[in-house]
Write a protein that binds this ligand. Sequence first.
Ligand SMILES: CC(C)(COP(=O)(O)OP(=O)(O)OC[C@H]1O[C@@H](n2cnc3c(N)ncnc32)[C@H](O)[C@@H]1OP(=O)(O)O)[C@@H](O)C(=O)NCCC(=O)NCCS
Length: 153
Amino acid sequence: MADTFADVELRRLQPEHLAEWLLIEKATFPDPWSEPQLAGFLEKTRYQCFGLFQLNRLLAFCVFTTVLDEAELLQIAVTPAEQGRRLANQLFLLAAEKLEAENIHRILLEVRVSNTPAVQLYKRLGFSEDGVRKGYYPTTAGREDALLMSFSF
Ligand SMILES: CC(C)(COP(=O)(O)OP(=O)(O)OC[C@H]1O[C@@H](n2cnc3c(N)ncnc32)[C@H](O)[C@@H]1OP(=O)(O)O)[C@@H](O)C(=O)NCCC(=O)NCCS
């Protein structure tokens, strides 16, 4: 499987991308953020929102919140038809380059232990497992643990 795609590019998300972003958001998360929430991320400087585009089509996005030299990865998602092609890997590495250029030295995240594609992605990227937050996420069957992971530059 190819690990990089030459015909895709990273861009910062803008208000004109909201409709496409919302479509991916709704298709990939059971409890998606609303359009006003997405618009709010674009307005506040502590959030950094990136999209991976092929021509002018948004294929994937990620959202970070930053404090001093740390960032937290809040969401990363790939449009369903393009999942399984390592696009999230490429998106994360390109976005991390931008964050590093802004003096971010560590990225943290929380992920559901059952989210195998995401956990695999983060492990392949070199995230380390820092701990478990018991019963952090609600599920239809009760509660689910969060895996705490971090990535240092
Ligand atoms: C998590 C996500 C961003 C990964 O993006 P991607 O570009 O499809 O990632 P990859 O192609 O690198 O696949 C990730 C890994 O999951 C595996 N995988 C893909 N689909 C899978 C599935 N349905 N079940 C189990 N594993 C799967 C891949 O084989 C790969 O593992 P590998 O590195 O061992 O080969 C994408 O699956 C997604 O958008 N999920 C919905 C949103 C989400 O849960 N985001 C993460 C939390 S914010």
